[in-house]
Design a protein around this ligand. Structure first.
Ligand code: HEC
Ligand code: HEC
Ligand code: HEC
Ligand code: HEC
Length: 471
C-alpha cells in the first residue's frame, strides 16, 4: 500500500493538484487543499488532533504539533521522498524490523500540506524564540554532544561520530536533526518529553538549565550546514579589547596562580599538578585567538587540559576575556632565546636528541593500531596542511616547530618539551598506535592538547607526515 514514488495514485493526485492550485490564490486554498490531502492520505496512520498515545496504538508518529515541530524545507523534502527514514528499524519495530518507504506527494501537494501544518498545527506550548542561538559557538555544540552521550541519549537515538553511526536505533536518528526540527520545539520537548510522547523518558530531567541549552542547541544545529556558529573572537568585544583593563583583570584573577610576572609561581600554584602555565615563556601572541578564548572563557577542561585552569566566562564576561587576552598577547611574546631559527638553537639542534621522553603509554584501544594508509603524495600533503596550518585548536607547528624539531614558538619553556620529530633514535621506538592515541586524546598533564575534531583518517595522514622528519 505504501510506495516511495511512481505509484499511479500519487501521480494522479499530484497532477490533479497542480492544475487546481494554479487557478486559485495559494494563500486561500493552500490550507484547505492541505487539509483535504491530510484527511485522505495521512490520517489513516497519523493523528492530527487529540492526545498523544503510546506507539503501540499508532501507525506513525503523532503530528498534532507538526507546524511547530518541523522546518518547512525538510518537511517538503520528506513528503516528496527526498529524505531518508528517521526510524532506522521502522517506527513499529515490534512488528516490522526495518524502515518502510513513506507516502510520496508531488511538490505542490507537499507545499499544500506544509501550509496546512503552519496554519492549523501550531502548538501554543511552544514559544517562539524561547531559545536564543545567536551566541551559540561550536564549543557549545560540542558540550551539548558530550551531554547527549553522557546522559544515555545515544542508547535510543543515533548520531554521527567521525563518519560512523553511534548509538541505538530505537527512536529517531539525529544525523541531521538541525535540518528537520525547529529549535523552539526541541527545547519544549526536552523540557518535558512525556507532554508529547508517553514513555519517551525524562532523561534530560537532571541536566542543568545551561546543559539543556547546550543539548538543545546541539540537536538544533546538527547536520545543518547553513547554521552560522557565533565566533566571539570576531566580535565587537575583540575589536574594542583594551589591554589596560586586561592588566587589571590579570592581577585580580590570574596572578594568584600564574604569578605576578607570568612565571607560573603565584601563591596558589603550589600543589597544582600540572603547574599553571608559565606565560612568561610562551609566545602567546602567536597562539590563535579562538584557542585562547576557549581556554580562558570555558576553562582548561573544555580544551582537554587540566580542570585546575578555571572557566572565567561567567565571571569576567566576553569583554573581560577579550581584554585579558589583549593584555597577555602584548605582554608575553615567548622566550626569545629559545625561538625557532635563533642561532643558539641551530647550533645545538642535536642537543635534545636522544630526547628524554616521559610520555605515558596510550590505552590498549589504540596501542596496536597500524597506519592503514599508504604514504602517498596526497596523504603527505594533507598531513602537511594540518600540521603547518589547519589543525584545531592549533597547528602542530606552533609547538613542534615548522621543521619538526620541537622548537615552535608556543613550545618554548614548556616542560615536558614538545617531541622533537627529527630525532631518529627517539622516534623509531614510538609506534603508530602510540602516536594515534596521543594525538586523539592529548597527553594529560602536558601541553600536548587533545585534537578531538581531527578525523581518524587525518590523524593517520599526520603520522605519515611526522615520520618524514626523521627519515
Ligand atoms: C501507512 C502509514 C502512513 C501514511 C499513510 C503516512 N505516514 Fe507519515 N509516517 C509514517 C511512519 C511509519 C513514519 C515514520 C517514518 C520513518 O520511519 O522514518 C512517518 C513519518 C512522517 C513524518 C515525520 C515524523 C517525525 O516525527 O519526524 C511526517 C511529517 C509525516 N510522516 C507526514 C505524513 C503526511 C503529511 C502524510 C500524508 C500525506 C503521511 N505522513 C502519510 C506512516 C505514514
Ligand atoms: C530509552 C530510550 C530513549 C532514551 C535513552 C532517550 N530517548 Fe529521546 N525519545 C525516545 C522516544 C521513544 C521518543 C519519541 C519518538 C518516538 O516515538 O520514537 C524520543 C524522542 C525524542 C525527541 C524528539 C525527536 C523527534 O524526532 O520526535 C528528542 C529531541 C529527544 N528524544 C531527545 C532525547 C535526549 C536529549 C535524550 C537524552 C537526554 C534522549 N532523548 C534519550 C526514547 C529515548
Ligand atoms: C587556580 C589556578 C589558576 C588560575 C586562577 C588561572 N589559571 Fe590559567 N592555568 C592554570 C593551570 C593549572 C594551567 C595549566 C593547564 C594545563 O596545562 O593542563 C593554566 C593554563 C593557562 C593557559 C595556557 C593554556 C595552554 O595552552 O597551555 C592560559 C592562556 C591561562 N591559563 C590563562 C589564564 C587567565 C587569563 C587567567 C585569569 C583570568 C587564569 N589563567 C587563571 C591555573 C590557573
Ligand atoms: C601547545 C603545544 C603543542 C601542540 C600545539 C602540539 N603538541 Fe604534540 N606534543 C606537545 C608536548 C609538550 C608533547 C610531549 C608530551 C609528553 O611527553 O607527554 C607532545 C608530544 C607529541 C607526540 C609524541 C607522543 C609520544 O608518545 O611520544 C606526538 C606524536 C605529537 N605530539 C603530535 C602532535 C600533532 C600531530 C600535533 C598537531 C595536530 C601536535 N602534536 C600539537 C605539545 C604540543
Amino acid at each position: 500500500m505504501l510506495r516511495r514514488s511512481g505509484g499511479l495514485k500519487s501521480h494522479f493526485i499530484g497532477f490533479f493538484l497542480t492544475g487546481f492550485l494554479m487557478s486559485l490564490p495559494v494563500s486561500a486554498s493552500g490550507a484547505s487543499l492541505g487539509e483535504q490531502l491530510v484527511k485522505d492520505q495521512c490520517s489513516t496512520c497519523h493523528k492530527f488532533e487529540g492526545m498523544s498515545e503510546s506507539r503501540f496504538n499508532l501507525k506513525g508518529p503523532d503530528l498534532m504539533w507538526g507546524g511547530s515541530k518541523f522546518k518547512r524545507p525538510w518537511l517538503v523534502d520528506w513528503l516528496t521522498g527526498k529524505e531518508p527514514n528517521i526510524y532506522e528499524k521502522g517506527y513499529r519495530w515490534d512488528i516490522e524490523r526495518k524502515a518502510q518507504p513513506h507516502v510520496v506527494l508531488s511538490v505542490d501537494g507537499a507545499n499544500a500540506v506544509a501550509d496546512y501544518f503552519e496554519k492549523q498545527l501550531m502548538d501554543s506550548r511552544v514559544k517562539k524564540d524561547a531559545i536564543d542561538l545567536s551566541h551559540f559557538t561550536e564549543l557549545h555544540a560540542a558540550f551539548g554532544r558530550q551531554i547527549f552521550i553522557e546522559h544515555s541519549c545515544t542508547g535510543c537515538h543515533q548520531i554521527m561520530d567521525d563518519g560512523k553511526k553511534l548509538g541505538g536505533p530505537q527512536s529517531t536518528t539525529f544525523f541531521n536533526s538541525g535540518k528537520r526540527l525547529n529549535k523552539d520545539w526541541i527545547l519544549r520537548f526536552n523540557s518535558m518529553p512525556p507532554d508529547f510522547v508517553p514513555h519517551s523518558g525524562e532523561f534530560v530531567a537532571d541536566v542543568s538549565e545551561l546543559g539543556l541549552h547546550y543539548v538543545t542547541g546541539f540537536l538544533a544545529t546538527e547536520g545543518d550546514d547553513s547554521f552560522k556558529f557565533y565566533k566571539p573572537w570576531e566580535s565587537e568585544h575583540f575589536k574594542n579589547a583594551d589591554s589596560k583593563r586586561g592588566r587589571t583583570i590579570y592581577k585580580e584573577y590570574c596572578m594568584q596562580c600564574h604569578g605576578a610576572k607570568g612565571e607560573g609561581d603565584g601563591p596558589a600554584a603550589s600543589g597544582l599538578e600540572p603547574r599553571p602555565a608559565i606565560h612568561a615563556k610562551m609566545a602567546l601572541d602567536q597562539f590563535p585567538l579562538d584557542y585562547l578564548y576557549n581556554v580562558v572563557y570555558f576553562g582548561g577542561k573544555a580544551v582537554g587540559k587540566s580542570p585546575y585552569m578555571p572557566y572565567w566566562g561567567l565571571t569576567i564576561g566576553e569583554q573581560g576575556v577579550a581584554d585579558v587576552i589583549a593584555f597577555m598577547q602584548e605582554q608575553f611574546k615567548g622566550d626569545a632565546s629559545a625561538l625557532e631559527g635563533s642561532p643558539a638553537i641551530t647550533q645545538k639542534s642535536s642537543g635534545n636528541c636522544p630526547e628524554k621522553r616521559t610520555t605515558k603509554k596510550v590505552s590498549f584501544k589504540y596501542n596496536n593500531k597500524k597506519n592503514p594508509l599508504k604514504p602517498t603524495t596526497d596523504n603527505l600533503k594533507a598531513g602537511e596542511t594540518l600540521y603547518q596550518k589547519s589543525a584545531k585548536p592549533m597547528a602542530c607547528k606552533l609547538c613542534h616547530g615548522k621543521k619538526g624539531d620541537g622548537k615552535g614558538p608556543g613550545g618554548a619553556g614548556i616542560n615536558p618539551a614538545p617531541r622533537n620529530f627529527t630525532c631518529t633514535s627517539t622516534m623509531k621506538d614510538i609506534s603508530d598506535g602510540q602516536m594515534f592515541g596521543i594525538i586523539k586524546e592529548g597527553s594529560p598533564g602536558t601541553a600536548m592538547p587533545t585534537f578531538k575534531n581531527i578525523k581518524d583518517v587525518e590523524i593517520w595522514q599526520l603520522i605519515h607526515y611526522i615520520r618524514k622528519f626523521s627519515q
